[in-house]
Structure formats: C-alpha cells, structure tokens
Design a protein. Sequence first.
Length: 315
Amino acid sequence: MTALPEPLPDRMPDAMPDLKLLRLFDVLYGTRSVTRAAEQLGQSQPTVSIWLGRLREQLGDPLFVRTPSGMQPTPRADALIGPTRSILESLRRLAAQDDAFDPATARRRLRICMTDASHITLLPPLLARVRAEAPGVQLAATRMDGDTAQALASGEADLAVGYAPWLETGIHQQTLFQQDWVCLASPTHPRLARRRNLNMDLSLDLYQAEPHVTIAAGTGAHLLDAALARAGVVRTVQLELPSFLGLAPIISATDLLATLPRQIGETLATLGGLKVFDCPVPVETFPVRQHWHARYHQDPGNQWLRGLMRELFRA
C-alpha cells in the first residue's frame, strides 16, 4: 500500500526565528556592535539585546561573544550567516512585487552611508528634493566606515556617498565632484579679519604661527597630514574634535584656524558667518563619489536615487 503524504503543518515551528531576528543577526554580524546594530535597525539598545537573547535561545548558541574588538561571531554564527542572508534577499525580492519605481507613489526606505561632512553639506538639499518628488520615501543616513562594503552587498544600505578609496570589489562608483582645501577663521580674528577685508591671502608664515583646531576623523585628513609633512609645516594644535559638530561656533568664538575640504568649509562659513581663505599649503584634492553594489545596479529605486544624486551634485 502506498503511504499517504503527511499533511503540511498549520503553522511554522515555534523555534523558527521571525524576520526581525534574522535581520538583527545579519546586521550584528556586519557591525560587530549591539549599539550600531540598534542604530541601523532603528531600535533601542535594550530592545536589540532582548532580541539577541531570544535568537540565542532559539538557536541554542551564543552566536556572538563580547571581546575588546567587538562582538565576535561563534563558529555556528559563521555557518548560519550565508543561509540567513540568502533568506533575507529572497524575502526582499518577494516583497518587491513590481520592479517599477514611481517616486510619486513609492513607499520605500532608502539607506545612504555618509560621512559627517556629507550630513551637513549633501543631506539637506537631497532631503528637500526627496520630499518634493517622493513624499512616501524615507531616507536613513548611516555612517561611512569599514562595514560599508558589506552593507552595500547585503542591501542594508542602498548607496554610499563620500571619499571611500577602500570600496572596490563588486562596487560601482561615480565621481560627483573634486574637493580642494580651505581654511576657516573667525570674522573677528585679531590678526586675520583685516587681511580678509583687504582680499589678502593667508600666508604660509601666518598659517604656521596661528593656533589650530583639527578634526580627528575628518574626510581626507590623511591627505592633509601628508601635505603638511611634505611642506615641513608644523601646526600648533590646541583643540582636536571627533567630528565637525560644534566646529563653527568654536572658530567663531576663538582665534583658532581650521583646515578642511572646501565644500564643508564653505557650508560652515555660510551657516556661521566665518571667513574663508585658500589653504596656503598645496594639499592633494580628492573625489567625492557615490558607490553602489553590482547586485543593485538595475534596481529601479536605486537607479532613481543615483540619478537624483548625480543631478544635484555632479560638477
């Protein structure tokens, strides 16, 4: 007698992780940080910790172990990440339904990796255009770092914009514009205010004599350091900041100089009423590019976003 096939279960097994836990696993594997995973998922850190606890219980493995260099995956996590990402990609394709992308009616979250400088210079005009042309599209800006390539490959990010020479394998790129370097000073700087009013350049001697503020992780900072070393210029650095946040009011209220890429420099000068000088040290220019993964080269939403970036910012 031929055996009858067993009926399909009415529901999935209780131990099967739900979608949010699979997404957490993918993001945490890429970031190695509960805090950064929470930022990318738009959740609080305690919530993400609770989700991770559930996932560990369901899979019967710690999955990630805390170390001085971050949350490192266990061998079981290494074995599961490939199948997990395949599942997530299949679900994304299933949810897409229609390949067409109509900005006026689209409901989608577009994620862009950006530098701190781009948050100030590129994001405001981009947001204005997106709100005007695609009111149902939500933008999410995340940091540009060593995990950006994986974020683009997995679809966790749609685009990366900035100076990122390490993005190569499988990544398309398009140059938007070149950046040179400028110096910012207070409009009431005791030794520079009159010089700017008379349209006089900032001399190299005066540049070396003045105190400076630097951005530790500024875009292209290594290019500036190399140029100063080649020219034998030694600056007196009295303040180091982790980002451009707060730079404009500090310059406005002190006699400190800041040397930074032109676009962020001129934007901060406009916002804070600062003086702009050409940098007296010849510093190598660098390209600001948009980057996307080959897997999403034909994605209509990705193409629309790239076209908008090209229209707004390409020189």
